[in-house]
Structure formats: C-alpha cells, structure tokens
Design a protein around this ligand. Structure first.
Ligand SMILES: *Cc1c(COP(=O)(O)O)cnc(C)c1O
Length: 321
C-alpha cells in the first residue's frame, strides 16, 4: 500500500502512514502555495503508475504495490485545489484522507476542509486554531463503515468491551478535553475572523514599509484578501531571502519566529530507507530554506504587528547599507 503526500510538512502525517504498514510516496509541492499540486500529482501518476481497469486499481510501477490513498495537507491553514484532487482520486479509485490539522474552518469553493475526502483528520493540540489543554483530535467521515471502524479502533479495537476485533489503540478524546473544546468551539469563528484581520493588517503593513518585493506569501491564485475563506492562517508564513539572519535579528529584538519545517520529510533519518536524496523535491527543499513564520494569533495587536514589520524593514535596510 502506498500513499502520496507532500514533503514539506509535519512528521505526524507520514508517521501514520508507516504505522499503518504502508509506504509513503512524496510528490513535490506547488511553488506558489506549498500545497499538493494536482498537476504534479497527475504527472506522477502518468510517469510512475499503471492503472489496471479490470480490477480498478492503480499500482506503483517501481514497487508493484497498489496505491490506496492521497493525503493532501492544508499547510498553514490553506486548502489545496480539492476539486481537482478529488477528481483524480475518483478517476483512479483511490481514497482521499484530508489532513486538516492546520485548517479547521477553512473552505475551498464553498466546501469546508474535511468534507472533500473519505476521511478528514483534525488535531486539537494546544497550538492549533482550536486547541485543548493537552492532546486531542477528531476524525470526520460520511461513511458509516469508516465511522464504525474508527470507534472500535480508538478503544483498543474492542467491541463489545474486552472482546478485541482488532489490535486497536487507545485514542479516545478524554472528557476533560472534550469539555474544554465544547466551550472553546463557540469562539472558533470569531478567532478565525480575528486571524484574518491580523493577516490583512500584515499585508497593509508590508505595503506601507515597501516590503512587497522582499516578502512572498504562499497563497492560492484564487486567494483574495477580501474573500479569505480558503485560508485560516494557522501560521503566517513568509518566504524571504537571508531567512536565518532575519530570524536571528528578530530574536535579538524579542520577536519569536519559527520555521515550518526546517528539514523536508524525504530527508529525515527515519525515511532514509525510502531512498530519496537531496534534489528530489527541489521546490519543497527550497521552501524549507526560506520560510519563516512570524507572530500570528487572534489577539495580536496592530501596534505589535507594526513593531514586527518595522524590524523586518530595518533588517533589510541594514543589509543594503
Ligand atoms: C499538528 C499536526 C498533525 C498532528 O497532530 P497531533 O494532534 O499532534 O497528532 C498532523 N499534521 C499536521 C499538518 C499538523 O500540523
């Protein structure tokens, strides 16, 4: 069994593929959005796979194994071109598992993240847009069969109690966290709206400080600052030159930043056995050297944003002079 995903992302997505006994296959990201690109996905299928129409199965030529699923990850809160990806999946009889850990509430062409695929996976880790005070997550599906399976699997695979149909895991959302989430959920839309306002102000500040040449944002071509539903800005990530020096300079000025992610998955030690090497996914590798997440949270004030953008501007002026 094989699955596709993008090499620039958090480990958990690929880790779960391996633990399911499958082999991850990476497809390079779109250079504009950093998301899975339907064109590259189709190209990959055309060059590396065979479709057996008799049994309705797509196979990876190199390993001879069937391809079972695609996992699009909505990096930083922005959705992929899901209508096109869903069409490809349908054409080749493969499932779609959406990784919505960063995209709760995001929409693409009027449909919410988690509603395009066979399964949608959400995380309530404290740093996410809807976070509890510990670990938690949610799977959504419209399939009765998957729903039943997930309920049994999360309780050590037992049904009825103490009769184990599968070797499941302990992955129940405990009641304390469910109670916290029930309260916080009511504020989610307000927080998402506030995040958008923060993003909107950053955009205006970049204009004001003449930084539009220096700072690129990974955004969909249909992205429109007035109509922002496809991006909920879990992270506000900029693409910049001299990234490491900028990060250091901001740190000296007490501005916290982060890099999502510094090392692509195909180059991680635990995936050495997959045989990928540097240069295999040039867009993702380049992104990992240039991305920087600057402060983003619903309560971030305009004053603080101006301080952040002012320091970024100062850094580039110092570089020139
Ligand atoms: C946070 C995150 C996960 C994992 O969520 P956990 O709740 O920590 O298991 C998976 N994928 C992406 C893209 C994430 O950001």
């Amino acid at each position: 069994m094989v699955l596709y995903l993008r090499p620039l992302l958090f480990f958990a997505t690929a880790g779960s593929i391996v633990r399911a006994g499958a082999i991850p296959i990476f497809v390079d990201i779109n250079s504009q959005t950093y998301n899975l690109d339907p064109i590259k996905l189709q190209e990959f299928i055309d060059t590396n796979c065979n479709f057996d129409s008799q049994i309705n199965q797509l196979r990876d030529i190199q390993t001879g194994k069937p391809i079972k699923a695609i996992i699009p990850v909505y990096l930083y809160g922005q959705m992929c071109k899901m209508d096109e990806i869903a069409d490809i999946a349908h054409k080749y009889n493969i499932k779609v598992v959406e990784d919505c850990a960063q995209s709760i509430g995001s929409e693409y062409k009027g449909k919410k993240s988690g509603s395009y695929g066979d399964l949608g996976i959400f995380s309530f880790f404290p740093t996410k847009n809807l976070g509890t005070y510990g670990d938690g997550g949610m799977i959504v599906t419209s399939s009765e069969e998957y729903s039943k399976y997930c309920r049994v699997f999360r309780s050590h695979g037992s049904k009825p109690k103490y009769y184990h149909r599968l070797a499941g895991i302990n992955s129940r959302l405990d009641e304390l966290h469910a109670a916290i989430l029930n309260v916080k959920f009511k504020y989610l839309n307000k927080w998402l709206e506030d995040r958008f306002q923060v993003a909107y102000r950053y955009q205006k500040l970049f204009e004001k400080y003449n930084l539009l040449e220096k700072i690129k944002l990974p955004l969909n071509d249909i992205y429109n600052i007035e109509n922002h539903k496809e991006h909920t800005f879990h992270q506000y990530v900029i693409f910049v030159e001299n990234r490491d020096k900028l990060q250091e300079f901001l740190k000296e000025n007490r501005i916290g930043t982060n890099i999502y992610y510094p090392l692509c998955l195909h180059l991680q030690e635990c995936f050495k056995y997959l045989g990928c090497k540097e240069g295999d996914f040039p867009v993702a590798e380049k992104a990992s050297r240039h991305v920087l997440a600057i402060p983003m949270y619903p309560e971030l004030s305009e004053e603080k944003q101006e301080y952040v953008v002012g320091k970024i501007s100062k850094f580039y002026n110092l570089l020139i002079n």
